[in-house]
Structures are given as structure tokens and as C-alpha cells.
Design a binder for this molecule. Sequence first.
Ligand code: SF4
Length: 274
Amino acid sequence: MLSLGGGTQSTVLALLANDGCFGRKPDVAIFADTGWEPPAVYKNVEWLESELSFNVVSVSANRSLKEDVEAGVNARGRPWLSIPAFLSDPDGTPAGMNWRQCTTDYKINPIRSEVRTLLGIPARSPVSMATSVEMWLGITTDEAERMRVSPDQWIVNCYPLIDLSMSREDCINWFNENYPERELPRSACIGCPYRSAEGWLQLRKSDRDSFDDAVRIDESLRASGHNATAMFRNRVFLHSRRVPLREAVEADAAEYDMNREGHWGNECAGICGV
Ligand code: SF4
């Protein structure tokens, strides 16, 4: 199986596999749709469906992360905030980040559930010791710290781009050489707090509707009546500056701070942002 985030690395991984670079192909590529991906990612996955000789399957938690964040509920519909939002004390002092539950609930669990379905193993039934699934993940050498052993003994995480010593830049170069007429999107939820300062600037420039929607949801997180205001004594923000999103991006545009990294680091186990 190939975990298809629909962004740069997983797209290149799927295309390399399709070209026979690894001596064998996955049976299926699985795209976990959070309901909050940028339009460019959905278009890219649609294109891959027509390009690849193996199946692409879209799965979801049967609900939208965007709608759940806006409503202040988790994937079970209970009051919660699933995204790793930035928190600050009422006096503006940074107070860490919210616990991230979204990757597990809206990506990892739907993928795991689809793998079970494909293998004919009912939910919650034990998996036989003889079962072993390779899960190919699009992590590159510049993000090697995101490699993880799967918590499921019967799933073996594999990192073919690391085996090829490919970096994210190598992926972009390979893609530009082979598909000069196309552009690679970055796969991440539109309102993901891990988005870098540069990423927010790019979103505002390239997809104003999605950016405006993220601004609206960012504002809703601090509005009276939202579950986030009842749950935290802190204020909640999508941007690492811990100020309203529109204001933060305007400040970034003024500084044009292209050197600030995103917050993917040790997070997300190679599922998001690839
Ligand atoms: S991209 Fe961000 S918001 Fe979306 S599931 Fe991953 S960590 Fe959560």
C-alpha cells in the first residue's frame, strides 16, 4: 500500500513506483481526505488516478475536519479541538500548542480501516501473525526524523525515497523534468497550524478563497460560544505568531520572513504534508 498525501513527496513516490523504479508496484494508493485539503491537492489526486496503473482509493472519517474545527467538536462529535493550534495566555504570553488528534482521527484511522477492508479483516478483529502489509510513505532525507515504526505489528512502514537518498528538492527537480507542464501542490489542511509563515503567504497569494476561509475559521476559534473558548483558559490561534491570522500574515508580508520553518519537525509521523 502507498500512503498518498497528494503533495510533493507522495506524488513523486507514486509516479516513481508506477515507472517501475522499485522493481514492484503497490497494490493500491490510499488518499485520506480530511475535507480540508486545498483544491490543488484534490486536482492532483484526480490526475494521479488517471496516471497510475495501480488503484487510488480515497477514504475519510466520514466527516469534515474543517466543519468539526469550526463547530468545536472532534471526530466523534464531542466538544474538542483536534488541531495543534497555538495557545497564548490572556496577557499574550505563549502557552504551547494544543494536543494534535487530527492526523490520527482524520488520516491514520481511515487508512488503517481501509487496509483492513482490503484484506477482509473486520474492524476490531485480531490480525493473524501471518499478515504483513508494507506501507510506503513519502518521507525524504530532509525530513528523516519523521520516520516511525508502525504501532500495528502487521503494518511495516517503508520509506523508498529515503532508500533512494532523495530530498524534497530532488523530488521537485525530478517532477519538473518529467512533468514540466504541471505543478506540485503541498498537501496540508488549509488551516493547518503547522503551515509555515511562507506557506501562509503563498496560500494568500495563490488561493485567496481558501485563505479567507482560514481567516474566518481562525476568528471563530476566539468567538464567544465556540467550544475552544470554553475549553481553554488560553486564546487559540492558527498562526505561530499567536495573533489573528490576517494580522499575522500581514506582518509576515512586511518582514517577508522566508527563513522561518514550518512546524512539521517530529510531528505527523510522515502522514501529513507529503
Ligand atoms: S495537515 Fe495539519 S490540520 Fe491536517 S490532519 Fe495534518 S496536522 Fe491536522
